[in-house]
Structures are given as structure tokens and as C-alpha cells.
Design a protein around this ligand. Structure first.
Ligand SMILES: C[S@@+](CC[C@H](N)C(=O)[O-])C[C@H]1O[C@@H](n2cnc3c(N)ncnc32)[C@H](O)[C@@H]1O
Length: 223
């Protein structure tokens, strides 16, 4: 990517810090926008994480708690989920949804600033969040994930796949360029595996969804 192209993306253009009406009704809106497809999709993607009872998971930009509850079904008994979130409406829903489960803990922390965790988690999960940052902040998030993982732990990114947006069907181009966060286009054009390799991750595994435009990419902390 040329410097010229890189310069046009600014964090202020991001829509990743969801608030107001969109945050309050986030789960319902996702179900409606996807014509009811979202609940089965997210259940399948979380199945594909292959979490095991007793594991510790760090969920970056956790949202309403829908994902945490699904992950909890897999890591119980004995596991723990630490969820990081900053949105007021998101935090309120998260607390309400997960209050029966002491193994799910919410912490108010920015994921794009250095985090305090070191070799504590089996899995770091980030779902539809990474695309919403400028590249420099994405690199900080990758560093945070690497440090937080135990050796051999897995970083799991559920987000857009990398593809040629210019040759994608018109409805995909419309969704990405008109509906999505402007930073999503930058994310889609980059090579996420290359980015992860540069941060000490490897042994990639990938699951594609929605005709391959979305994917779960998991990568192991190598050293
Ligand atoms: C598109 S939503 C995805 C939520 C959830 N991961 C999911 O898949 O349903 C993005 C989430 O990231 C949170 N977020 C955005 N920027 C963040 C930051 N710097 N630190 C922590 N959370 C952040 C937002 O508040 C929002 O809940």
C-alpha cells in the first residue's frame, strides 16, 4: 500500500466505538440487518474456536456479552473469560447478560493502548473490532494479544477476510464502502496473515463464512 493511500485513513472516521441507539439495540440490529442469519453464524464461528473446558479467554471489544455467553458454554467448568469494553451501553448490557456467571469478568480498558496481561490466556478473541482501527493501533492490539497469550496460545480474529474489493459483487462493495466503517476497506486490502507473522504468530487456521467474505483466522503464538 502506498503512503498516499495509507494517509487517507484517520481514527476519527472509525465507527468501531458503537454508542447510542445502535449500541442499545446492537444484537437486535445485527439480527435484522442479516435477515436473521447472525445468531446461527456467531454460534458456528464460536464453535470453530474449539475452546475447551478450563481455558482462559480474553475478549477484546466484547460488545453486549452475546459472544461471552456462547464462549462460556465451551470453557465451563473451570474456565474464565475476561472481557474488555469501553462503550457505556455495551457495558450495561454485558453486565446484565452475564451477571449469573462469576467466571465472566468485564474490565473497562481500551484495547488499543498497552494492556497489563502477560502469558495469562489460552485464547485471545477479537470479533468485528480489528478492522475499525488505523494500522498503527491494530499493531498495538496485536502486541497486546501476543503478550497476553500463554506460549502456544491462539489469537482468533473474526472479521472481514482479505479480498479484492474492486472485483467483489456490487452489494459487497456497497456494504463496505457505504454502510461500514471507512477503515474496513483498508483492513480488507491488507494481508492479515503477514501482519500476524511479523508479530510472532504462525500455524494459521481459517474458517470462511458468508461466501468467504467473513472469516475466523486463528494464529498460534510461536515463541
Ligand atoms: C462492532 S462492535 C463488536 C462487538 C462484539 N465483539 C461482537 O462481535 O458482537 C465493536 C465493539 O468494540 C468496542 N470498542 C471499540 N473501540 C474500543 C476500544 N478502543 N477498546 C475497547 N473496546 C472498544 C465497542 O464499544 C463495541 O462494543
Amino acid at each position: 500500500m502506498s503512503e498516499e493511500q495509507e494517509r487517507q485513513y484517520r481514527q476519527e472516521d472509525s465507527k468501531v466505538e458503537v454508542s447510542g441507539f445502535e449500541a442499545k439495540y446492537y444484537d437486535t440490529l445485527m439480527n435484522l440487518i442479516t435477515l436473521g442469519w447472525y445468531p446461527s453464524f456467531i454460534r458456528r464461528a464460536i464453535d470453530d474456536l474449539e475452546l475447551k473446558p478450563g481455558q482462559r479467554v480474553l475478549d477484546l471489544g466484547a460488545g453486549t456479552g452475546r459472544n461471552a455467553l456462547l464462549m462460556h458454554e465451551r470453557i465451563a467448568p473451570g474456565g474464565e473469560i475476561v472481557a474488555l469494553e469501553i462503550g457505556e451501553e455495551m457495558k450495561a448490557q454485558f453486565v446484565k447478560k452475564t451477571r449469573e456467571y462469576p467466571e465472566i469478568r468485564l474490565e473497562e480498558r481500551r484495547i488499543d493502548e498497552p494492556l497489563p496481561y502477560k502469558e495469562e490466556f489460552d485464547t485471545v478473541f477479537i470479533s468485528f473490532v480489528l478492522h475499525g482501527f488505523v494500522q498503527e493501533r491494530r499493531e498495538t492490539i496485536l502486541t497486546n494479544a501476543w503478550r497476553a497469550l500463554k506460549p502456544g496460545g491462539r489469537f482468533a480474529i473474526l472479521d472481514y477476510n482479505n479480498f479484492d474489493l474492486d472485483t467483489a459483487p456490487a452489494w459487497i462493495r456497497f456494504a463496505v464502502r457505504r454502510v461500514e466503517c471507512p477503515l474496513a476497506e483498508d483492513f480488507i486490502r491488507r494481508d492479515t496473515r503477514q501482519m500476524l507473522s511479523a508479530h510472532g504468530f504462525g500455524n494459521f487456521r481459517q474458517h470462511g463464512y458468508f461466501r468467504g467474505y467473513l472469516r475466523l483466522l486463528t494464529a498460534e503464538k510461536l515463541f
